[in-house]
Write a protein that binds this ligand. Structure first.
Ligand SMILES: [Zn+2]
Ligand SMILES: [Zn+2]
Ligand SMILES: [Zn+2]
Length: 322
């Protein structure tokens, strides 16, 4: 298989692959013996939350990563990731950014891993310009520059750091979206305890049809303004998929409970809603059963489910197309 084969077969407008559907500990949790952590169902093995968006840009597959957590290396190997065109960061918590050094392979040839391999060096030439674009809010940028100071310092050639171009997205909104590889991207501010995070809406228009994928994590609240922004993004089209933070059934100080996530899903009205950032409280199957009865409590979700729609737990490897 050539390195582009995986990505040139896309027939859909956009494809989002869930690389990780787990909370910050991942599931199984280290040393835990609970039934979920011991489950034999592969859908109960949840790496840290991340996703890969693949877009067909004039016949060429472009890959964009959402978050680069501590499991990124394993996730990239699983999907045979061979090129990367940018990264969207939700926020710089460890479970979303501590794989940042592994972006080296896509941003600089002179890393330790490349030095002795001429073939790899040819496939991943020295990044031109400023480096790999990483899109984030100014609040995230401040923390990234503080916490990963060594990346942005002057250092010797072959110093083993990624070459990153932080792009601040504060000034972009539904009226002024980022334009990348033929799609429009709109950042959505979310509340995550004391901090703000960035959800991302990806919009493509093809044959006069507008398609959206919304990725909203981490959060325990979505303001009316942000809900309005999401609605405006999908006006005249449809949100095909909503991937939303839904940690567990019990309430939590920084993450949506299942009921909170359902209430937001009801307001957003995507055709398919997928719960992510899942804890080890329930198995995939148990969450599915719980949701079947819970969606009946929500008018809009009830209608969506009676049609072709659904509300389900995500799992690692899930592919969503539109
Ligand atoms: Zn998280
Ligand atoms: Zn457990
Ligand atoms: Zn977080």
């Amino acid at each position: 298989m050539t390195e582009k084969t995986l990505f040139t077969k896309i027939e859909a407008v956009m494809k989002l692959t869930v690389l990780g559907s787990g909370t910050s500990h991942g599931v199984p949790v280290i040393s835990c013996r609970c039934r979920v952590c011991k489950s034999a169902d592969s859908r109960d093995r949840r790496l840290r939350a991340s996703a890969l968006l693949t877009v067909d840009d004039s016949g060429t597959g472009r890959n964009f990563l959402i978050d680069v957590g501590p499991d990124f290396r394993e996730q990239a190997l699983r999907v045979d990731l061979c090129s990367l065109d940018g990264v969207f960061l939700t926020h710089p918590h460890a479970d979303h950014i501590h794989g940042i050094d592994d972006l080296r392979i896509f941003s600089r040839k002179n890393s330790c891993a490349m030095n002795s391999d001429a073939e790899l060096a040819k496939r991943f030439p020295e990044t031109s310009g400023k480096g790999l674009p990483v899109y984030m809010s100014s609040e995230s940028e401040k923390l990234v520059r503080e916490n990963f100071k060594y990346i942005f310092m002057t250092h010797e050639k072959g110093g083993g750091t990624p070459k990153l171009d932080i792009v601040c997205t504060d000034s972009y909104d539904e009226k002024n979206p980022l334009k990348i590889s033929g799609m429009s991207v709109v950042p959505v501010p979310l509340v995550h305890g004391c901090m703000n995070t960035t959800g991302w809406i990806f919009i493509e228009e093809k044959n006069e049809e507008k398609h959206c994928i919304a990725y909203l994590t981490d959060c325990n609240a979505i303001t009316e303004n942000s809900l309005e922004r999401i609605r405006a993004c999908s006006a005249g089209g449809v949100i095909d998929h909503l991937v939303i933070d839904a940690l567990r059934l019990r309430p939590h100080s920084t993450h949506n409970s299942f009921d909170q996530a359902l209430a937001y899903a009801d307001k957003i009205g995507a055709v398919h809603t997928w719960f992510t950032h899942l804890s080890h409280d329930y198995t995939h199957e148990e969450i599915g059963t719980l949701l079947e009865s819970k969606i009946l409590e929500h008018e809009n979700l009830r209608k969506i489910a009676a049609g072709a729609g659904s509300v389900e737990p995500a799992f690692d490897g899930l592919e969503l197309s539109c």
